[in-house]
Design a protein around this ligand. Structure first.
Ligand code: GDP
Ligand code: GDP
Length: 438
Protein backbone atom coordinates (compact mmCIF):
# COMPACT_ATOMS: atom_id res chain seq x y z
CA UNK A 1 0.00 0.00 0.00
CA UNK A 2 1.44 3.38 -0.88
CA UNK A 3 1.88 5.71 2.05
CA UNK A 4 0.58 9.27 2.02
CA UNK A 5 3.22 11.95 1.59
CA UNK A 6 3.39 14.92 3.93
CA UNK A 7 5.70 17.77 2.96
CA UNK A 8 7.00 20.54 5.21
CA UNK A 9 7.42 23.97 3.63
CA UNK A 10 8.60 27.17 5.29
CA UNK A 11 11.16 29.94 5.46
CA UNK A 12 14.66 29.32 6.81
CA UNK A 13 14.88 29.11 10.61
CA UNK A 14 11.18 28.72 11.30
CA UNK A 15 11.88 25.22 12.62
CA UNK A 16 11.38 22.84 9.68
CA UNK A 17 14.22 20.50 10.64
CA UNK A 18 13.20 20.58 14.29
CA UNK A 19 9.64 19.61 13.38
CA UNK A 20 10.87 16.98 10.98
CA UNK A 21 13.07 15.37 13.61
CA UNK A 22 10.33 15.54 16.21
CA UNK A 23 7.91 13.74 13.88
CA UNK A 24 10.36 11.25 12.45
CA UNK A 25 11.71 10.44 15.90
CA UNK A 26 13.08 6.97 16.09
CA UNK A 27 10.94 5.76 13.26
CA UNK A 28 13.36 6.85 10.57
CA UNK A 29 13.78 3.77 8.47
CA UNK A 30 16.95 3.30 6.62
CA UNK A 31 17.83 -0.27 5.95
CA UNK A 32 21.17 -0.78 7.63
CA UNK A 33 22.76 -2.93 4.99
CA UNK A 34 21.80 -0.65 2.13
CA UNK A 35 25.02 1.09 1.21
CA UNK A 36 24.92 4.57 -0.12
CA UNK A 37 21.40 5.34 1.03
CA UNK A 38 21.42 8.90 2.15
CA UNK A 39 21.44 9.53 5.86
CA UNK A 40 20.56 13.13 5.34
CA UNK A 41 17.07 13.56 6.68
CA UNK A 42 15.32 14.60 3.54
CA UNK A 43 12.61 12.05 4.06
CA UNK A 44 11.58 9.65 6.80
CA UNK A 45 8.80 7.31 7.76
CA UNK A 46 6.54 8.60 10.47
CA UNK A 47 3.48 7.24 12.24
CA UNK A 48 0.57 8.70 14.14
CA UNK A 49 -2.09 6.47 15.71
CA UNK A 50 -2.79 3.85 13.08
CA UNK A 51 -1.45 5.93 10.22
CA UNK A 52 1.94 5.76 8.61
CA UNK A 53 3.17 8.34 6.19
CA UNK A 54 6.29 9.54 4.44
CA UNK A 55 7.53 12.86 5.70
CA UNK A 56 9.51 15.19 3.45
CA UNK A 57 11.52 18.24 4.38
CA UNK A 58 11.57 20.41 1.29
CA UNK A 59 13.91 22.92 2.92
CA UNK A 60 17.34 22.85 1.44
CA UNK A 61 20.45 24.78 2.17
CA UNK A 62 20.55 28.22 3.67
CA UNK A 63 20.07 30.93 1.07
CA UNK A 64 22.84 33.48 0.92
CA UNK A 65 20.71 36.56 0.58
CA UNK A 66 17.25 37.79 1.38
CA UNK A 67 16.12 38.12 -2.21
CA UNK A 68 16.69 34.47 -3.05
CA UNK A 69 14.61 33.31 -0.07
CA UNK A 70 11.34 33.88 -1.85
CA UNK A 71 12.50 32.20 -5.06
CA UNK A 72 13.70 29.25 -3.07
CA UNK A 73 10.48 29.02 -1.10
CA UNK A 74 8.49 29.03 -4.30
CA UNK A 75 10.57 26.10 -5.51
CA UNK A 76 9.99 24.25 -2.27
CA UNK A 77 6.30 24.94 -2.39
CA UNK A 78 6.12 23.72 -5.99
CA UNK A 79 7.85 20.47 -5.06
CA UNK A 80 5.38 20.01 -2.23
CA UNK A 81 2.44 20.76 -4.53
CA UNK A 82 3.74 18.29 -7.11
CA UNK A 83 4.40 15.46 -4.73
CA UNK A 84 2.59 15.71 -1.41
CA UNK A 85 -0.85 14.61 -0.25
CA UNK A 86 -0.79 17.10 2.62
CA UNK A 87 1.39 20.19 2.99
CA UNK A 88 2.45 21.56 6.36
CA UNK A 89 3.20 25.25 5.93
CA UNK A 90 5.22 26.29 8.92
CA UNK A 91 5.67 29.85 10.15
CA UNK A 92 7.35 31.39 13.18
CA UNK A 93 5.41 33.28 15.87
CA UNK A 94 8.56 35.07 17.02
CA UNK A 95 9.36 36.48 13.61
CA UNK A 96 5.71 37.13 12.94
CA UNK A 97 4.12 37.31 9.50
CA UNK A 98 6.47 38.30 6.71
CA UNK A 99 5.85 39.13 3.09
CA UNK A 100 7.33 35.87 1.78
CA UNK A 101 4.84 33.91 3.93
CA UNK A 102 1.91 35.64 2.23
CA UNK A 103 3.25 35.02 -1.26
CA UNK A 104 3.84 31.35 -0.59
CA UNK A 105 0.45 31.04 1.11
CA UNK A 106 -1.18 32.39 -2.08
CA UNK A 107 0.63 29.84 -4.15
CA UNK A 108 -0.35 26.98 -1.86
CA UNK A 109 -3.98 28.10 -1.73
CA UNK A 110 -4.22 28.21 -5.53
CA UNK A 111 -2.85 24.68 -5.80
CA UNK A 112 -5.96 23.30 -4.17
CA UNK A 113 -3.82 20.88 -2.16
CA UNK A 114 -4.65 20.36 1.52
CA UNK A 115 -2.52 22.82 3.47
CA UNK A 116 -2.14 23.09 7.23
CA UNK A 117 -0.98 26.41 8.57
CA UNK A 118 1.29 25.72 11.51
CA UNK A 119 2.70 28.46 13.74
CA UNK A 120 5.86 27.29 15.47
CA UNK A 121 7.79 28.42 18.56
CA UNK A 122 4.62 28.88 20.59
CA UNK A 123 6.53 27.59 23.62
CA UNK A 124 4.01 29.10 25.99
CA UNK A 125 0.37 29.34 24.95
CA UNK A 126 -0.32 32.06 27.51
CA UNK A 127 2.46 34.24 26.25
CA UNK A 128 2.27 33.78 22.49
CA UNK A 129 -1.33 32.90 21.60
CA UNK A 130 -2.31 36.54 20.99
CA UNK A 131 0.37 36.71 18.29
CA UNK A 132 -0.91 33.57 16.59
CA UNK A 133 -4.16 35.23 15.45
CA UNK A 134 -2.27 37.48 13.06
CA UNK A 135 -1.67 34.40 10.89
CA UNK A 136 -5.37 34.21 9.97
CA UNK A 137 -4.46 36.97 7.52
CA UNK A 138 -2.77 34.41 5.29
CA UNK A 139 -6.20 33.14 4.29
CA UNK A 140 -5.32 29.47 4.42
CA UNK A 141 -7.33 28.47 7.43
CA UNK A 142 -6.92 28.25 11.18
CA UNK A 143 -3.37 28.57 12.43
CA UNK A 144 -2.28 25.60 14.53
CA UNK A 145 0.09 26.62 17.32
CA UNK A 146 2.96 24.26 18.09
CA UNK A 147 6.36 24.20 19.67
CA UNK A 148 8.51 21.83 17.69
CA UNK A 149 11.41 22.00 20.11
CA UNK A 150 9.32 21.16 23.17
CA UNK A 151 6.91 18.94 21.19
CA UNK A 152 3.80 20.89 22.17
CA UNK A 153 0.67 20.78 20.05
CA UNK A 154 1.98 17.93 17.91
CA UNK A 155 -0.98 15.65 18.58
CA UNK A 156 -3.55 18.25 17.54
CA UNK A 157 -1.54 19.04 14.44
CA UNK A 158 -1.22 15.39 13.44
CA UNK A 159 -4.94 14.84 13.98
CA UNK A 160 -5.50 17.51 11.34
CA UNK A 161 -2.88 16.03 9.01
CA UNK A 162 -4.38 12.53 8.96
CA UNK A 163 -7.87 13.89 8.22
CA UNK A 164 -6.67 14.53 4.68
CA UNK A 165 -5.28 11.07 4.06
CA UNK A 166 -7.05 9.07 1.36
CA UNK A 167 -9.58 6.59 2.70
CA UNK A 168 -9.14 2.91 2.03
CA UNK A 169 -11.72 2.95 -0.76
CA UNK A 170 -10.06 5.89 -2.51
CA UNK A 171 -6.76 4.12 -2.12
CA UNK A 172 -8.12 0.94 -3.68
CA UNK A 173 -9.54 2.83 -6.63
CA UNK A 174 -6.21 4.50 -7.29
CA UNK A 175 -4.41 1.20 -6.94
CA UNK A 176 -6.39 -0.75 -9.48
CA UNK A 177 -4.07 0.15 -12.33
CA UNK A 178 -0.47 -0.86 -11.72
CA UNK A 179 1.85 2.10 -11.19
CA UNK A 180 5.35 1.84 -12.57
CA UNK A 181 7.98 4.40 -11.58
CA UNK A 182 10.91 5.06 -13.86
CA UNK A 183 13.82 6.37 -11.83
CA UNK A 184 17.52 6.93 -12.36
CA UNK A 185 20.21 9.54 -12.67
CA UNK A 186 19.86 12.33 -15.24
CA UNK A 187 20.56 11.29 -18.85
CA UNK A 188 20.28 7.55 -18.38
CA UNK A 189 17.32 7.55 -20.77
CA UNK A 190 14.21 7.73 -18.60
CA UNK A 191 12.30 10.06 -20.91
CA UNK A 192 13.47 8.14 -23.96
CA UNK A 193 12.01 4.93 -22.53
CA UNK A 194 8.63 6.52 -21.87
CA UNK A 195 8.65 8.16 -25.28
CA UNK A 196 9.50 4.89 -26.96
CA UNK A 197 6.69 3.14 -25.12
CA UNK A 198 4.36 5.82 -26.38
CA UNK A 199 5.68 5.53 -29.91
CA UNK A 200 5.29 1.77 -30.20
CA UNK A 201 2.46 0.56 -32.39
CA UNK A 202 0.82 -1.55 -29.79
CA UNK A 203 0.78 1.23 -27.27
CA UNK A 204 -2.20 3.50 -27.03
CA UNK A 205 -1.90 6.55 -24.89
CA UNK A 206 -4.50 8.33 -22.95
CA UNK A 207 -3.25 11.22 -20.94
CA UNK A 208 -5.34 11.70 -17.87
CA UNK A 209 -5.81 15.27 -16.86
CA UNK A 210 -6.03 15.55 -13.13
CA UNK A 211 -4.19 17.12 -10.29
CA UNK A 212 -0.77 18.59 -10.87
CA UNK A 213 0.71 15.44 -9.48
CA UNK A 214 -0.78 13.40 -12.27
CA UNK A 215 0.67 15.63 -14.96
CA UNK A 216 3.78 13.48 -15.16
CA UNK A 217 1.80 10.26 -15.12
CA UNK A 218 1.36 8.56 -18.45
CA UNK A 219 -1.23 5.87 -19.06
CA UNK A 220 -0.02 3.17 -21.39
CA UNK A 221 -1.95 0.24 -22.87
CA UNK A 222 0.02 -2.90 -23.57
CA UNK A 223 -1.54 -6.19 -24.68
CA UNK A 224 -4.93 -4.92 -23.59
CA UNK A 225 -3.72 -4.02 -20.11
CA UNK A 226 -3.37 -0.57 -18.66
CA UNK A 227 -0.35 0.74 -16.78
CA UNK A 228 0.51 4.13 -15.31
CA UNK A 229 4.10 5.21 -15.79
CA UNK A 230 5.43 7.74 -13.31
CA UNK A 231 8.25 9.55 -15.03
CA UNK A 232 10.62 11.35 -12.70
CA UNK A 233 12.41 12.97 -15.60
CA UNK A 234 9.30 14.91 -16.53
CA UNK A 235 10.03 17.59 -14.01
CA UNK A 236 13.34 19.27 -14.55
CA UNK A 237 14.45 21.99 -12.18
CA UNK A 238 16.42 24.96 -13.32
CA UNK A 239 18.13 25.49 -9.98
CA UNK A 240 21.76 26.26 -10.12
CA UNK A 241 22.71 24.98 -6.71
CA UNK A 242 23.94 21.42 -6.77
CA UNK A 243 22.84 20.46 -3.25
CA UNK A 244 19.37 21.72 -3.95
CA UNK A 245 19.13 19.84 -7.22
CA UNK A 246 20.18 16.68 -5.45
CA UNK A 247 17.64 17.21 -2.71
CA UNK A 248 14.89 17.74 -5.23
CA UNK A 249 15.82 14.73 -7.26
CA UNK A 250 15.81 12.57 -4.12
CA UNK A 251 12.38 13.94 -3.16
CA UNK A 252 11.08 13.23 -6.64
CA UNK A 253 12.47 9.73 -6.56
CA UNK A 254 11.09 8.96 -3.11
CA UNK A 255 7.62 10.22 -3.92
CA UNK A 256 7.49 8.44 -7.28
CA UNK A 257 8.71 5.22 -5.69
CA UNK A 258 6.20 5.57 -2.87
CA UNK A 259 3.33 5.64 -5.34
CA UNK A 260 4.64 2.77 -7.44
CA UNK A 261 4.07 -0.97 -7.39
CA UNK A 262 7.11 -1.68 -9.51
CA UNK A 263 10.17 0.53 -9.87
CA UNK A 264 12.35 0.49 -12.95
CA UNK A 265 15.81 1.71 -12.04
CA UNK A 266 17.44 2.84 -15.25
CA UNK A 267 21.20 2.55 -15.57
CA UNK A 268 23.39 3.84 -18.38
CA UNK A 269 25.15 0.87 -19.98
CA UNK A 270 27.83 3.06 -21.50
CA UNK A 271 28.72 4.63 -18.18
CA UNK A 272 28.33 1.45 -16.14
CA UNK A 273 26.74 1.16 -12.71
CA UNK A 274 27.74 3.76 -10.12
CA UNK A 275 27.26 4.46 -6.42
CA UNK A 276 24.59 6.98 -7.27
CA UNK A 277 22.63 4.27 -9.07
CA UNK A 278 22.94 2.15 -5.93
CA UNK A 279 21.58 5.01 -3.86
CA UNK A 280 18.55 5.38 -6.11
CA UNK A 281 17.91 1.62 -6.20
CA UNK A 282 18.23 1.64 -2.40
CA UNK A 283 15.17 3.87 -2.16
CA UNK A 284 13.05 1.25 -3.93
CA UNK A 285 14.56 -1.53 -1.84
CA UNK A 286 13.92 0.28 1.44
CA UNK A 287 10.29 0.73 0.56
CA UNK A 288 9.75 -2.90 -0.39
CA UNK A 289 8.76 -2.24 -3.98
CA UNK A 290 9.16 -4.54 -6.95
CA UNK A 291 12.44 -3.72 -8.66
CA UNK A 292 13.66 -4.08 -12.23
CA UNK A 293 17.13 -2.87 -13.14
CA UNK A 294 17.00 -1.71 -16.75
CA UNK A 295 20.47 -1.34 -18.22
CA UNK A 296 19.68 1.09 -21.03
CA UNK A 297 21.62 2.14 -24.15
CA UNK A 298 22.57 -1.49 -24.70
CA UNK A 299 22.76 -0.68 -28.42
CA UNK A 300 25.74 1.57 -27.74
CA UNK A 301 27.84 -1.06 -26.01
CA UNK A 302 30.39 -3.10 -27.91
CA UNK A 303 29.60 -6.70 -27.15
CA UNK A 304 31.03 -10.16 -27.30
CA UNK A 305 29.56 -13.35 -25.88
CA UNK A 306 30.69 -12.52 -22.34
CA UNK A 307 29.50 -8.93 -22.11
CA UNK A 308 26.07 -9.61 -20.64
CA UNK A 309 27.57 -12.00 -18.13
CA UNK A 310 30.18 -9.49 -17.00
CA UNK A 311 27.63 -6.68 -16.79
CA UNK A 312 25.24 -8.79 -14.78
CA UNK A 313 27.96 -9.66 -12.30
CA UNK A 314 28.97 -6.06 -11.90
CA UNK A 315 25.38 -4.94 -11.28
CA UNK A 316 24.87 -7.79 -8.79
CA UNK A 317 28.05 -6.78 -7.02
CA UNK A 318 27.12 -3.12 -6.60
CA UNK A 319 23.51 -3.98 -5.73
CA UNK A 320 24.44 -6.87 -3.46
CA UNK A 321 21.69 -5.90 -1.01
CA UNK A 322 18.98 -6.67 -3.56
CA UNK A 323 19.82 -10.01 -5.21
CA UNK A 324 16.13 -10.46 -6.00
CA UNK A 325 16.07 -7.54 -8.48
CA UNK A 326 15.45 -8.44 -12.10
CA UNK A 327 18.02 -7.20 -14.60
CA UNK A 328 17.18 -6.40 -18.21
CA UNK A 329 19.38 -5.04 -20.97
CA UNK A 330 17.37 -2.68 -23.10
CA UNK A 331 17.59 0.09 -25.62
CA UNK A 332 15.13 2.93 -25.66
CA UNK A 333 16.57 3.90 -29.01
CA UNK A 334 16.06 0.63 -30.87
CA UNK A 335 13.25 -0.68 -28.69
CA UNK A 336 15.25 -3.79 -27.88
CA UNK A 337 13.56 -5.94 -25.18
CA UNK A 338 10.80 -3.44 -24.45
CA UNK A 339 8.21 -6.23 -24.82
CA UNK A 340 10.31 -8.19 -22.36
CA UNK A 341 10.17 -5.21 -20.03
CA UNK A 342 6.37 -5.47 -19.91
CA UNK A 343 6.53 -9.20 -19.35
CA UNK A 344 8.91 -8.61 -16.48
CA UNK A 345 6.69 -5.89 -15.00
CA UNK A 346 3.76 -8.33 -15.06
CA UNK A 347 5.80 -11.04 -13.42
CA UNK A 348 7.05 -8.72 -10.67
CA UNK A 349 3.54 -7.39 -10.06
CA UNK A 350 2.34 -10.94 -9.62
CA UNK A 351 5.15 -11.74 -7.20
CA UNK A 352 4.49 -8.63 -5.13
CA UNK A 353 0.95 -9.82 -4.52
CA UNK A 354 1.59 -13.54 -4.27
CA UNK A 355 0.10 -15.20 -1.17
CA UNK A 356 1.43 -18.51 0.08
CA UNK A 357 -0.77 -20.74 2.18
CA UNK A 358 0.30 -21.23 5.75
CA UNK A 359 0.33 -25.02 5.43
CA UNK A 360 2.74 -24.92 2.52
CA UNK A 361 4.96 -22.37 4.26
CA UNK A 362 5.26 -24.52 7.33
CA UNK A 363 6.13 -27.57 5.28
CA UNK A 364 8.98 -25.59 3.79
CA UNK A 365 10.04 -24.37 7.20
CA UNK A 366 10.02 -27.85 8.72
CA UNK A 367 12.09 -29.18 5.86
CA UNK A 368 14.53 -26.27 6.11
CA UNK A 369 14.98 -26.82 9.85
CA UNK A 370 15.65 -30.51 9.27
CA UNK A 371 18.35 -29.68 6.74
CA UNK A 372 20.07 -27.00 8.79
CA UNK A 373 19.75 -26.79 12.54
CA UNK A 374 18.71 -23.40 13.92
CA UNK A 375 21.44 -21.48 15.77
CA UNK A 376 21.92 -21.68 19.52
CA UNK A 377 23.56 -19.45 22.06
CA UNK A 378 24.78 -20.28 25.57
CA UNK A 379 23.10 -23.66 25.49
CA UNK A 380 19.76 -22.29 24.34
CA UNK A 381 18.60 -23.30 20.89
CA UNK A 382 16.33 -21.30 18.65
CA UNK A 383 12.96 -22.95 18.18
CA UNK A 384 10.75 -22.00 15.27
CA UNK A 385 7.10 -22.73 15.88
CA UNK A 386 5.17 -21.43 13.02
CA UNK A 387 5.30 -19.15 9.99
CA UNK A 388 2.51 -17.30 8.25
CA UNK A 389 2.22 -14.67 5.52
CA UNK A 390 0.50 -11.58 6.86
CA UNK A 391 0.57 -9.20 3.91
CA UNK A 392 1.64 -8.47 0.35
CA UNK A 393 3.49 -5.61 -1.39
CA UNK A 394 6.00 -6.71 -0.28
CA UNK A 395 5.13 -10.23 0.80
CA UNK A 396 5.57 -10.17 4.57
CA UNK A 397 5.95 -13.19 6.82
CA UNK A 398 5.72 -13.53 10.57
CA UNK A 399 7.83 -16.24 12.19
CA UNK A 400 6.99 -17.25 15.75
CA UNK A 401 10.03 -18.33 17.77
CA UNK A 402 10.97 -19.07 21.38
CA UNK A 403 13.56 -16.30 21.66
CA UNK A 404 14.02 -13.40 19.22
CA UNK A 405 17.63 -12.89 20.24
CA UNK A 406 18.51 -16.29 18.86
CA UNK A 407 17.11 -15.57 15.40
CA UNK A 408 20.28 -14.59 13.62
CA UNK A 409 19.74 -12.71 10.36
CA UNK A 410 21.72 -15.37 8.49
CA UNK A 411 19.12 -17.93 9.51
CA UNK A 412 16.32 -15.65 8.36
CA UNK A 413 18.18 -15.30 5.09
CA UNK A 414 18.46 -19.09 4.88
CA UNK A 415 14.69 -19.41 5.28
CA UNK A 416 14.17 -16.65 2.73
CA UNK A 417 16.28 -18.60 0.25
CA UNK A 418 14.22 -21.73 0.85
CA UNK A 419 11.02 -19.78 0.19
CA UNK A 420 12.53 -18.33 -2.94
CA UNK A 421 13.64 -21.76 -4.13
CA UNK A 422 10.03 -22.85 -3.88
CA UNK A 423 8.18 -19.80 -5.15
CA UNK A 424 10.68 -17.55 -6.86
CA UNK A 425 9.31 -14.19 -5.81
CA UNK A 426 11.62 -12.69 -8.44
CA UNK A 427 11.79 -8.93 -8.46
CA UNK A 428 10.38 -8.42 -5.00
CA UNK A 429 11.92 -8.17 -1.57
CA UNK A 430 10.47 -10.30 1.21
CA UNK A 431 9.96 -9.01 4.71
CA UNK A 432 10.26 -11.10 7.84
CA UNK A 433 8.90 -10.19 11.25
CA UNK A 434 10.14 -12.28 14.16
CA UNK A 435 7.74 -12.70 17.09
CA UNK A 436 8.20 -14.49 20.38
CA UNK A 437 5.71 -17.03 21.63
CA UNK A 438 6.08 -19.27 24.61
P1 GDP B 1 14.71 25.39 9.59
O1 GDP B 1 15.76 26.26 9.00
O2 GDP B 1 13.35 25.86 9.22
O3 GDP B 1 14.92 23.95 9.37
O4 GDP B 1 14.76 25.66 11.18
P2 GDP B 1 15.46 24.81 12.33
O5 GDP B 1 14.68 23.59 12.66
O6 GDP B 1 16.90 24.63 12.01
O7 GDP B 1 15.28 25.80 13.55
C1 GDP B 1 15.80 27.13 13.55
C2 GDP B 1 16.02 27.59 14.98
O8 GDP B 1 14.77 27.69 15.66
C3 GDP B 1 16.87 26.64 15.77
O9 GDP B 1 17.74 27.38 16.57
C4 GDP B 1 15.86 25.90 16.63
O10 GDP B 1 16.41 25.43 17.84
C5 GDP B 1 14.80 26.93 16.86
N1 GDP B 1 13.46 26.34 17.10
C6 GDP B 1 12.85 25.38 16.40
N2 GDP B 1 11.64 25.09 16.94
C7 GDP B 1 11.50 25.89 18.01
C8 GDP B 1 10.46 26.07 18.98
O11 GDP B 1 9.42 25.40 18.96
N3 GDP B 1 10.66 27.03 19.91
C9 GDP B 1 11.80 27.77 19.96
N4 GDP B 1 11.90 28.67 20.91
N5 GDP B 1 12.80 27.62 19.07
C10 GDP B 1 12.65 26.69 18.11
P1 GDP C 1 16.78 11.14 -18.87
O1 GDP C 1 17.45 12.37 -18.37
O2 GDP C 1 17.09 9.97 -17.99
O3 GDP C 1 15.32 11.29 -19.14
O4 GDP C 1 17.51 10.78 -20.27
P2 GDP C 1 17.02 11.08 -21.76
O5 GDP C 1 15.89 10.18 -22.13
O6 GDP C 1 16.82 12.54 -21.92
O7 GDP C 1 18.28 10.58 -22.57
C1 GDP C 1 19.57 11.15 -22.40
C2 GDP C 1 20.41 10.94 -23.64
O8 GDP C 1 20.65 9.53 -23.84
C3 GDP C 1 19.72 11.44 -24.90
O9 GDP C 1 20.69 12.04 -25.69
C4 GDP C 1 19.18 10.17 -25.54
O10 GDP C 1 19.12 10.28 -26.94
C5 GDP C 1 20.22 9.15 -25.15
N1 GDP C 1 19.63 7.81 -25.08
C6 GDP C 1 18.53 7.44 -24.37
N2 GDP C 1 18.28 6.13 -24.55
C7 GDP C 1 19.24 5.64 -25.37
C8 GDP C 1 19.51 4.34 -25.92
O11 GDP C 1 18.83 3.34 -25.68
N3 GDP C 1 20.62 4.22 -26.72
C9 GDP C 1 21.41 5.30 -26.99
N4 GDP C 1 22.45 5.08 -27.79
N5 GDP C 1 21.17 6.53 -26.51
C10 GDP C 1 20.11 6.71 -25.71
Amino acid sequence: MSKPIVAIVGRPNVGKSTLFNALAGETISIVKDTPGVTRDRIYADATWLNYSFTLIDTGGIEPESKDVILAQMRDQAQIAIDTADVIIFITDVRQGLVDADSKVADMLRRSGKPVLLVVNKVDSFAKFMPDVYEFYNLGIGDPIPISASSKLGMGDMLDEVVKYFPTEEEEEEENEIPHIAIVGKPNVGKSSIVNKLLGQNRVIVSNVAGTTRDAIDTNVMWNGKEYVFIDTAGLRRKNKIKEELERYSIIRTVTAVERADVVIVVIDAVEGITEQDAKIAGIAHERGKGVIIAVNKWDAVEKDDKTIYKYTNKVREVLAYMPYAEILFISAQTGQRLPKLFETIDMVLENQTLRIQTGVLNEIMTEAIAMQQPPSDKGKRLKLYYMTQVSIKPPTFVIFVNDKELMHFSYTRYLENKIREAFGFRGTSLKFIIRERN
